[in-house]
Design a protein around this ligand. Structure first.
Ligand code: PML
Length: 272
């Protein structure tokens, strides 16, 4: 291990037994006191209400975090949930995920139950996670200070420099580093947050404004999986520490056509 001692800091807060906020990151020892203050402040002032229970986990990492790049980010130009669904089907089916699986993911994420973790689905829509009620929680990920300020600078230009976007991008970047994960669909469970995203190595992180109507208090994540050992994937998602140290470009709103063009361009560059 290098001279740096890293810690995973995780916070989960609730009000009257219902989850209200959460946060996590990987930090060096000297930053822990400040981050505990920040996370606690967040839980006590969350717009969903002041937490009456805050659980903090601070754990020294025995393994050096793997350094990775973030996924490139953009936003698709869509105005309503129907247009979003069309875009999602077009993009995810182009990378080999069946319409049946996409349909299944939408149904499960809008049925009215929010799971603690993500669903794992094969590309036919068959659920793979051992606990179908809890799902799989992705943990032990973070971002270096330098990468965080680069990301902030890019997101400020787009008017989206907030914890929700950053934390979702960090999580998706960890998830999609693992070759077995082909794609992801996420709908926020926050009733006031109507932007979701899809993510994949092929297209990056694509934000989806208006994926749901305001006021709907449920959502979640579905990961589409292909081949390989599910146990090993779950171990990676839950246990292997990953730190983002490089930020890929973050762009504003793009049409579907532009999104497909960006993907072909990236593919041709990677062949050179
Ligand atoms: C969440 O509620 O944590 C999920 C947020 C998904 C969308 C984040 C974004 O705006 O890019």
């Amino acid at each position: 291990m290098s001279k740096h001692l890293y810690y995973s800091v995780r916070m989960r807060a609730g009000q009257n037994g219902v989850h209200s906020s959460g946060a996590e990151g990987i930090y060096e020892k000297d930053d822990i006191i400040d981050i505990v203050k920040e996370y606690t402040g967040r839980a006590l002032t969350h717009e969903k209400g002041r937490a009456d229970e805050i659980r903090l986990t601070i754990e020294e990492l025995k393994e050096k975090p793997r350094k990775i790049s973030s996924l490139p980010l953009c936003t698709v130009k869509t105005q309503n949930p129907e247009a979003v669904q069309k875009a999602v089907f077009k993009i995810l089916s182009s990378i080999g995920i069946t319409e049946r699986a996409i349909d299944e993911a939408f149904k499960s994420l809008t049925i009215g139950i929010t799971m603690r973790g993500a669903m794992l689905m094969d590309i036919e829509g068959v659920r793979l996670e051992p606990d179908l009620l809890r799902g799989v929680r992705v943990t032990r990920m973070g971002i270096t200070k330098k990468a965080d300020s680069t990301l902030s600078r890019q997101l400020i230009k787009l008017g989206i420099n907030n914890d929700t976007v950053k934390e979702a991008l960090i999580l998706a970047s960890k998830v999609h580093k693992y070759p077995m994960v082909l794609g992801e669909l996420c709908i926020s469970d926050d009733p006031n947050y109507t932007t979701g995203y899809i993510a994949s190595r092929a297209f990056g992180y694509i934000r989806l404004p208006h994926i749901k109507k305001r006021g709907i208090p449920y959502g979640g994540r579905a990961f589409f999986i292909t081949g390989g050992e599910v146990k090993e994937l779950i171990k990676y998602l839950q246990m292997i520490p990953v730190l983002i140290d490089n930020i890929k470009p973050c762009e504003g709103a793009l049409t579907l056509k532009e999104i497909f063009e960006r993907k072909s361009h990236r593919k041709s560059l990677s062949r050179k």
